[in-house]
Ligand binder design. Structure first.
Ligand code: ATP
Length: 296
């Protein structure tokens, strides 16, 4: 039985500007997305006819509600493929955290099954399928550093801030993306326009400017809904962290650090409450990676 294991990486939003609502009800955003090397482990095993998923995390849907299953079924329909697959997911990315873990798993399934089933779909074709699955899935497939427009899915590559360290602080708060956007709709305010400064800083390779420019229009809304978001920010600032902002629709808050070692030191200096996760990591050039030559 052939199988393939992939690492599916999380993303943070170095900026997230909400520009208004689109006619289809979604929100128009401008955002700078950055892959980090915190990753789920996704193993794909050939199976006779069905798509099934196994996951060690209780918050992850077991069946068709799982975005990884949606990705496999979409690929099967598109390619007229009748073979099945067992998808095994070992979660390292906190769930419903603003880190796009579900999108990362779905992107890994698209990329991996194209290879395992030898479908020969082009990168462009995979990207189109990714766009059908969700606004964050195209970036999860591409990875690196990118400006996202539209719903966040129209991507333009940006220079990678090579080696930059990141500390993720995830309070155990539940914040549904839809609820955060509803909060924004209830009191829409003009965007603080963080993205142009982040793009300028990345283009100039200026880490200090980058730390000053990060920000997220949804953070004030998320703080009102979940005080833990403000507490996470406060804990990082009290430890002397810079480049602090919320990722996506929260509740994860991140800080930037000079490199992985500095991220580890900052993480070790924090005293999180029970149940909180503090995860030091580093920016990554790719969204999906093969840990070793393991197809066979
Ligand atoms: P989004 O902003 O896309 O709503 P997120 O980045 O905040 O998501 P995810 O970890 O992707 O967070 O989880 C969002 C929701 O998706 C969860 O409530 C979960 O039930 C569902 N979900 C579906 N498939 C997965 C998966 N493979 N891994 C994690 N969550 C999944």
């Amino acid at each position: 039985m052939r199988q393939l294991t992939l690492l599916a990486r999380a993303k943070i939003n170095l900026s997230l500007d909400v520009l208004g609502r689109l006619p289809d009800g979604y929100h128009a955003v401008e955002t700078v997305l950055q892959s980090v090397d915190l990753a789920d482990r996704v193993t794909l095993r050939e199976a006779p006819a069905k798509v099934t998923v196994r996951c060690d995390h209780p918050g992850v849907p077991p069946g068709e509600g799982n975005l990884a299953v949606c990705a496999a079924e979409l690929l099967r329909r598109t390619a007229g493929e009748r073979r099945g697959v067992v998808i095994e997911i070992v979660k390292a990315i906190p769930v419903a955290a603003g880190l796009a873990g579900g999108s990362a798993d779905a992107a890994a399934v698209l990329w991996g099954l194209n290879r395992l089933w030898e479908l020969g779909l082009s990168d462009g074709a995979l990207l189109r399928l990714a766009g059908e699955l969700g606004a964050d899935v195209p970036f999860a497939l591409e990875g690196g550093t990118a400006l996202g427009r539209g719903r966040g899915e129209r991507l333009t590559s940006l220079p990678l801030p090579r080696g930059l360290g990141v500390v993720l602080v995830h309070p155990p708060a539940s914040l549904a993306t839809a609820a955060v956007y509803r909060g924004w709709d209830a009191a829409p305010s003009p965007s603080a326009r963080h993205t142009p400064g982040v793009v300028r800083a990345l283009t100039a390779g200026d880490r200090q400017e980058l730390a000053c420019a990060v920000g997220n229009d949804l953070e004030p809304v998320a703080r009102r809904l979940q005080p833990e978001v403000a507490a996470a920010r406060g804990m990082l600032l009290a430890a002397g962290a810079t480049g602090v902002a919320m990722s996506g629709s929260g509740p994860t808050v991140f800080a930037l650090a000079a490199d992985r070692e500095a991220a580890r030191r900052l993480a070790a200096s924090l005293s999180p409450a029970p149940g909180w996760s503090v995860l030091p990591c580093r920016v990554a050039r790719r969204g999906i990676c093969v840990p070793e030559a393991n197809i066979g």
